[in-house]
Write a protein that binds this ligand. Structure first.
Ligand code: SF4
Ligand code: SF4
Length: 557
């Protein structure tokens, strides 16, 4: 209720005919035309797919297969663990050749557990999910289907989509993000041009789930082809979707920045867009939702921009998840010359990988191969001159220079106080820094260290709770045993006081019998008068015999 109250206290949304600004940002050379020129094409089926179990924010999926297993396209290879997790499916048919640690696309450069499939080239499909009439299906069931399809945010963040959709808040605005994140990247625009109808279909499903008051599809004002394709679909019906063009200023495609531009609302520090009544989804994600619900197809591939002057035929390729980057580069005509760097992502937020053996994963939106001419190696960093240019450029309203000092000195508490986790790692600060300080690297390192410490602390907390629970259980058992013994002792003592001791009772019974016998012995029967001598002798003989008999009851005592 507190959240809903907070949403109601926000200023109402208008008709989205006015745009707002975020602080800083940069106008960068776009370098988009080279990859946007031709329609998307398939990268084909590589001989081997490498599928990391961790492909999204949250818990890694749990492997369900083993080496030697035959798999079909669409088979579930790994199941989700917990709520913030999704399954992993086989993108094509083949045989599991290994489950082992392999190089993966990650800024740390560390390898991670992967499922390796030797593909058979047949692309044989297993049983897929049946298509669903979403209008006849309740939102919770649709969210579960989206989860089973393994869909995560395809804009780069990789947050499991069903978790965002399952929020309990009232949603005022469903905001579909068609603004590209960075220069060079065109996969979202290409998708809008090639699959406008699928995107609108996916948005309709999310409208049915969330029942938002408003729905906006935001694109940048330098996307005329995407605008035309989306408008052509929207003109065919009354979908309740407003197409809004925003200025192409980097990083407008960032979730928080786009929300600011469209609504003038700011996502609270450490909060979520849902906290201010907004759900934001990438166009690629809604196209994947359409495929899952209307075609029963899990997330098996994604559109990747392959570009840079280091590749011969830049473009957007439909790539099976798990395809090695080397195969994708080959599908784009191969390397054009000696490349300076191979980046996963764009020039601002991307990270260099040391090998093209790493695979494409669900969050890979761009492979950028650059030569020294277009992207020279970073220059040596010089001391900070406190010029303040980084602060002017920061779209998150942070103080990058202060963050740098705190991150560098390991003062993580202060770095967090200054909004380290509100930093979106856009790189604007480092881009303008005259001292060429690799600021973002410091922020990433600080975040990774804090997360690792937090994980260690959580593990220690769990161990401590377990130990305390064990001690409490042992103490309870000891207490219960003591109480049982006390109870027994009290019972014995009570029995003794009322003469119920069985041994004493037996002695008492024996004494009673002896007494009765004595009394009986002194009793004279009424029919013993006028007996003959012979009868008296018989009685004496009988008494003698009786007296010589040993009665067993006499032994009791
Ligand atoms: S831009 Fe660079 S040199 Fe200038 S204040 Fe920021 S960190 Fe220091
Ligand atoms: S990388 Fe972080 S600190 Fe630097 S400009 Fe972007 S949001 Fe601000």
């Amino acid at each position: 209720m507190a959240e809903q109250h907070r949403i109601r206290s926000l200023s109402p949304l208008g008709e989205f005919d006015r745009l707002y600004h975020f602080n800083g940002g940069l106008k960068l050379a776009e370098n988009r035309a080279v990859s946007l020129a031709s329609p998307a094409r398939s990268a084909g089926i590589p001989p081997q797919l490498v599928l990391p179990l961790q492909q999204h924010i949250g818990e890694a999926a749990k492997c369900l297969v083993q080496a030697g297993d035959r798999v079909h396209k669409g088979d579930m290879l790994a199941e989700p663990v917990g709520q913030v997790s999704v399954p992993l499916h086989a993108p094509t048919s083949g045989t599991i050749s290994a489950i082992e640690t392999r190089p993966v696309p990650h800024p740390s450069g560390l390898p991670a557990p992967c499922i390796v499939i030797d593909t058979d080239g047949k692309d044989t499909a297993g049983p897929m999910m049946p298509p669903v009439d979403y209008l006849q299906t309740d939102p919770a069931s649709l969210c579960e289907l989206i989860r089973r399809a393994g869909i995560v945010g395809l804009g780069g963040a990789g947050f499991p989509t069903q978790v965002k959709l399952a929020r309990k808040h009232d949603i005022e605005l469903l905001l579909i993000n068609g603004a590209e994140c960075e220069p060079w990247i065109t996969c979202d625009e290409r998708l809008m041009i090639d699959q406008a109808a699928n995107i609108i279909s996916g948005i309709r499903i999310l409208q049915h789930i969330l029942k938002p008051q408003h729905c906006v599809l935001a694109i940048e004002d330098n996307m005329p082809a995407a605008r035309a394709a989306i408008r052509a679909v929207l003109e065919n019906g009354d979908y309740g979707i407003r197409l809004v063009e925003v200025p192409a200023i980097y990083p407008t495609g960032g979730e928080r920045q786009l929300i600011k531009v469209i609504t003038n609302r700011e996502v609270p520090s450490m909060g979520l867009p849902a906290d201010i009544g907004i759900i934001c989804q990438n166009v690629g994600t809604v196209a994947a939702v359409h495929q899952a619900i209307n075609a029963g197809r899990p997330l098996l591939s994604r559109l990747v921009t392959v570009t840079g002057d280091g590749v011969r035929e830049p473009g957007n390729l439909d790539v099976l998840i798990g395809t090695p980057v080397s195969h994708v580069i080959a599908a784009a005509g191969g390397y054009s010359s000696d490349i300076e760097r191979l980046l996963i992502g764009g020039p601002m937020m991307g990270y260099a990988v040391g090998s093209d053996a790493v695979p494409v994963i669900k969050t890979t939106n761009c492979i950028l191969a650059v030569t020294p001419q277009t992207m020279p190696s970073p220059r040596a960093a010089l001391p900070c001159i406190r010029c303040g240019k980084c602060t002017e450029a920061c779209p998150a309203d942070l103080l990058p220079q202060q963050l740098y000092w705190f991150a560098r000195s390991g003062n993580h508490d202060a770095a967090q106080d200054f909004g380290l986790f509100d930093c979106i790692e856009c790189g604007c600060c480092a881009y303008v820094c005259p001292s060429h300080i690799p600021l973002v690297q410091y922020y990433r390192h600080a975040k990774t260290t804090i997360w690792a410490q937090e994980k260690q602390k959580q593990a220690a907390d769990v161990a401590r709770h377990r130990h305390e629970a064990r001690l409490a259980r042992l103490e309870r058992i000891k207490q219960e045993r003591t109480e049982r013994l006390e109870k027994k002792k009290r019972a014995v003592s009570t029995q003794g006081s009322v003469g119920e001791d069985p041994r004493q009772a037996a002695i008492q019974a024996a004494l009673e019998r002896v007494k009765r016998k004595k009394e009986q012995a002194g009793f004279t029967p009424a029919n013993t008068e006028n007996l003959t001598d012979e009868q008296l002798q018989q009685i004496e003989a009988a008494d003698r015999r009786r007296g010589s008999v040993h009665h067993p009851e006499d032994d009791k005592g």
